[in-house]
Design a protein around this ligand. Structure first.
Ligand SMILES: [Fe+2]
Length: 360
């Protein structure tokens, strides 16, 4: 018999074909006539060795296997078939005139799918054959569907990965454009993104919302590309007109990303990252929960990184001073709940740093 990996030529049939293994010539002839009348193709084998020889060239849909045979008995034939991956799923109905429970158990142990006693009830035998063929067909259909489902899932996964890679490339291209004008913006964007990610993770954001907040953090100041360098890098206090120009950047950032389909949910986060919860912010003077939660988180992270970084017009302040200032502005500039999460996150970070330094 051909094993998996072996090269062998077989004939495959569209119609249902049954291999009958029976050493009594009269019974074999009767079964052949009965099954042919029912529309099956029938191949006969007079003993186990013949059956295995025939199987080198034929692939039946079902095997009707007598137990008592000269030479190999039906149990041996059944065990050989059921341990071969090529034939494992071909239904085997064992038949015998010696209908005993030990024989039935032995047949089941060797992988037989059913057991019929001689003399046959023709209608019952045909009914069982049709039932096993239908089950086999359903199993094959399930395997095909399972395989198709697996292939579709793999394709979807690969497409999602490719899309995410492409999205990330778009984000970094946009950031590179504005960083070329002011190199501080790139570093600031990454710091803000890291802090937002920690805060939103603590708040239980799901993966998609975290990703949108990451995109918003990285791109929130991209509109500064439209602000003259003389204003961005000015060392002295900004004039009223210059402040007006600076205050346009959230709206410009939002408009730059508006044509990009995967960033649609990021637009409002970016547009409102300079709103204050008391309504004194810009560009729309939104209050409290009118401001998207992501924008309220971004506002705190943005302020903290700006305060603790050197700017052309002032030196960086300490981390402790920035924490105090942000806490004092809870309920006016910043969302109180978000500030509480921020303080918690910063406290954990300080504890971790202090622990690391004491161990080094
Ligand atoms: Fe900003």
């Amino acid at each position: 018999m051909c094993q998996i990996g072996e090269s062998c030529e077989r004939t495959y049939h569209v119609s249902e074909r049954i291999l009958v293994v029976e050493d009594h010539a009269g019974t074999l002839s009767l079964l052949t006539t009965l099954l042919q009348k029912e529309g099956f193709d029938v191949i006969g084998a007079g003993n186990g060795e013949d059956a295995l020889r025939i199987l080198k060239n034929e692939f039946p849909d079902l095997i009707l296997l007598d137990i008592i045979l000269t030479g190999m008995d039906g149990f041996d034939v059944c065990r050989t078939l059921k341990t071969d991956p090529l034939y494992r799923n071909v239904p085997v109905i064992m038949c015998t005139s010696k209908d005993t429970m030990p024989d039935r158990l032995k047949g089941a142990e060797f992988g037989a799918d059913d057991y019929v006693a001689k003399p046959f009830n023709n209608r019952d035998l045909v009914k069982r054959i049709r039932l096993h063929l239908r089950l086999k067909s359903m199993e094959e259909q399930l395997m095909i569907t399972g395989h198709e489902l697996q292939t579709a899932r793999k394709t979807l996964h690969e497409q999602t990965r490719a899309m995410e890679r492409s999205q990330l490339e778009t984000i970094h291209s946009l950031l590179a454009a504005v960083s070329a004008k002011d190199h501080n913006i790139g570093e600031h964007a990454q710091n803000v993104a890291d802090l937002c990610n920690t805060m939103a993770g603590t708040m239980g954001f799901d993966k998609r919302s975290l990703l949108n907040l990451q995109y918003a953090s990285i791109l929130h100041d991209i509109g500064k590309i439209a602000v003259p360098t003389s204003v961005l890098a000015k060392e002295n206090r900004l004039e009223k007109e210059e402040l007006e120009i600076i205050r346009r950047h959230p709206g410009i950032s939002a408009e730059i990303i508006r044509p990009i389909s995967f960033l649609q949910k990021v637009i409002p986060i970016i547009r409102h990252h300079h709103e204050n919860v008391d309504g004194s912010g810009y560009p729309d003077g939104l209050k409290g929960e009118e401001i998207p939660l992501e924008s309220r988180i971004l506002a705190v992270a943005d302020a903290y990184d700006a305060m603790t970084s050197n700017r052309p017009y002032r030196e960086a302040i300490t981390r402790e001073r920035a924490l105090t200032l942000i806490s004092e502005r809870a309920g006016t500039q910043f969302d109180t709940d978000v500030v509480n999460v921020f303080v918690e996150v910063m406290s954990e970070s300080a504890t971790a740093e202090s622990l690391a330094s004491s161990m080094s």
